[in-house]
Design a protein. Structure first.
Length: 252
């Protein structure tokens, strides 16, 4: 499966500017791509201004749905949304046949996120092509318990775990270590997609978006990758073979 990870700068609070920019760079994504993944809160930035939630949901979903139709592929990313008077950091995966939703479970108490938004309490396992995909968001990465894979009746709960993120440069070492740990312990591919640039608080982001295989090895981007669009090709057959060679899931 050919995947495009979009890691780019985001202007906090500026929905229209971000939409224009994502529209521009996504036009150049290869028509062969089956899955496009965008960062956390890609059209507002990682902010706690709930007044943006209505536009964030409406315009963000419109963009994602249109992109999915235009490119004939899955499109994933998170948006701040309002529902029944409550606000969520909602992670979407949109395909030609379904829309999957996951509300971020672990809210960052060291920011205003935990004060302004509500935490989700359910996991989401989406289906894309031959893969079952566990949707996760940024800070969730630090909590192995909620990320735990399962194996029953010859089937894994999921094959890929994705993290859309706003993970700052100051903690980039932990980002790579935790992504690898989640891949190894859950015998799956792990995909992390992070922003770049600076946010409204002056925090710097350096991307480091990547794909990790079930052995904890970071895959190399394909040659046609750019600084903003990273292409990867993953194989279900390879994952299945690694699981058979080292079946630690039998002891879960």
């Amino acid at each position: 499966m050919l995947i495009a990870l979009v890691q780019t700068a985001i202007k906090d609070f500026d929905i229209e500017s971000n939409l224009r920019y994502f529209t521009k760079i996504c036009k150049d994504i290869s028509s062969e791509v089956e899955w496009i993944i965008l960062p956390e809160m890609f059209i507002t930035g990682f902010v706690a201004d709930t007044s943006l939630s209505i536009q964030s949901k409406a315009k963000g979903l419109e963009f994602m749905r249109n992109l999915s139709k235009q490119k004939e592929c899955g499109v994933e990313g998170s948006l701040m949304v309002e529902e029944d008077g409550k606000y969520y950091n909602r992670h979407y995966l949109i395909t030609d046949t379904a829309e999957f939703m996951y509300d971020k479970q672990k809210l960052f108490s060291l920011s205003k996120e935990a004060e302004a938004l509500c935490a989700g309490n359910k996991e989401c396992i989406a289906r894309l092509g031959d893969y079952n995909v566990s949707l996760r968001t940024c800070y969730d990465l630090r909590f192995a318990d909620i990320c735990k894979n399962g194996y029953s009746n010859g089937r894994f709960k999921y094959d890929i775990m994705t993290f859309v993120a706003s993970w700052p440069k100051s903690r980039s070492e932990q980002w790579k270590i935790l992504l690898k740990a989640r891949a190894i312990e859950n015998m799956c591919y792990v995909i992390g997609v992070n922003r770049v640039g600076k946010d409204a608080n002056g925090l710097e982001y350096v991307g480091e978006s990547c794909v990790i295989n079930s052995k904890g090895e970071e895959l190399k981007p394909l040659e046609n990758s750019t600084q903003e669009i990273l292409y990867y090709d993953i194989s279900k057959e390879y994952l299945d073979s690694m699981r058979k060679k080292f079946p630690v899931y039998m002891d879960w």
